[in-house]
Ligand binder design. Structure first.
Ligand SMILES: CC(C)(COP(=O)(O)OP(=O)(O)OC[C@H]1O[C@@H](n2cnc3c(N)ncnc32)[C@H](O)[C@@H]1OP(=O)(O)O)[C@@H](O)C(=O)NCCC(=O)NCCS
Length: 330
């Protein structure tokens, strides 16, 4: 099959991680769990937690500044700012608008995308379309998540899984062989109640009962999510590769959503990609929802795991359910 010619490329990436580290041993003091249980079931050893006053928009701004500096662009040059987040600072306006003000990206159209942990891939695809349609030259995509703010810290089945962080990417029209080769996005809203926040929106507004019962915080059917994540990410890996005209053996680095090391290993196995070609940082950060992919991408670049000409396969899965994938030629 013919390899498609990329029309948009990622010029540079950046990341921000809060300094505070919460280890499994710290969690042992908070809920009935053990370091051994968490490591065996999830692969997670520690995660970063933002200070209570740290804003989702501010974390995103810090990642974005690093990406823009590396790309050699000023905030005023950004034509569109797309923020993926499941943890907005407030319902109105969009976190992207708050971040726009913090950045001084005054010439941009700014809006949020909500696709939970798959948000970075959704935002990249929207940005690609915006640029290909000729609506602008430079897009800034930021995924920023303060998962600690929607975590029930008394629920051992969820609180051990998540962490905070932000990642960013600067995109522009491609003019050579590097860039986005293919992508694939899917969702199935029938499965929404397997990973969700029951209340706090307009359906069930915040009230004393909601707060007492912690219905404004994240709930999850872990086993069902696990099975769907493996199935969906394997499918997504396969389809993005087909669309890029590539085979599993052509992949230089697989960057899967970092939710659980067992999900990552199963996805890689189904996709036929050996473990040495899989990027893993879930042990250090836990699941940072949509921020996991750009943070992993940024780290992989910094560590020399991605070089000029590398084929990089991104695969994600999250609440909704949403899932997707993208092949990048670096
Ligand atoms: C959450 C997850 C780690 C649980 O692992 P699991 O092997 O499915 O475990 P189960 O939920 O079946 O629970 C097994 C037992 O461990 C217990 N348990 C749950 N959390 C625990 C914890 N932190 N520490 C100790 N025991 C725990 C359960 O209560 C259960 O006990 P029981 O058998 O007495 O009822 C796993 O299902 C998972 O990773 N799911 C996907 C979650 C995810 O990634 N979500 C985000 C996707 S974007």
């Amino acid at each position: 099959m013919r390899i498609p010619k990329p029309q948009v490329e990622i010029v540079a990436t950046g990341r921000y991680l809060p300094e505070r580290v919460l280890t499994n041993f710290d969690l042992e003091q908070m809920v009935d769990t053990t370091d051994e249980w968490i490591r065996e079931r999830t692969g997670i050893r520690e995660r970063r937690i933002a200070e209570p006053e740290m804003l989702t928009a501010e974390m995103g701004k810090r990642a974005a500044c690093q990406a823009m500096e590396r790309a050699g662009i000023h905030p005023g040059e950004v034509d569109v700012l797309i923020v993926a987040t499941a943890t907005p600072d407030r319902w109105l306006p969009a976190t992207a608008c708050d971040m726009q003000a913090l950045l001084g990206a005054t010439n941009a159209a700014a809006f949020d995308v909500q696709a939970a942990c798959t948000g970075f891939l959704y935002a990249l695809v929207v940005a690609e379309g915006y640029l290909v349609a000729g609506r602008g030259e430079i897009a800034l995509v930021v995924s920023t998540e303060k998962m600690s703010a929607i975590t029930d810290w008394s629920d051992r089945s969820t609180c051990v899984l998540f962490g905070d962080g932000a990642g960013a990417a600067v995109l522009r029209r491609a003019n050579d062989f590097r860039g986005i080769l293919s992508s694939y996005l899917r969702s199935d809203g029938r499965l929404g109640d397997l990973l969700y926040r029951p209340a706090g929106g307009t359906k069930i507004p915040l009230n004393h009962h909601v707060l007492d019962e912690k219905e404004h915080l994240l709930r999850m059917e872990g086993r069902e999510v696990f099975k769907a994540a493996v199935r969906s990410m394997a499918e997504a890996a396969d389809i993005a590769l087909q669309r890029a005209g590539l085979r599993a053996g052509d992949v230089d680095l697989l960057i899967p959503h970092q939710a659980n090391v067992r999900i990552i290993e199963a996805t890689a196995k189904y996709a036929g990609i050996p473990s040495e070609k899989v990027y893993v940082n879930v042990d250090r950060y836990g699941n940072m929802s949509s921020a996991t992919l750009p943070i992993a991408l940024d780290e992989a670049l910094e560590r020399g795991r991605i070089r000029m000409g590398s084929n990089v396969l991104l695969v994600g899965f999250g609440a909704g359910f949403t899932w997707g994938s993208m092949v990048l030629r670096w």
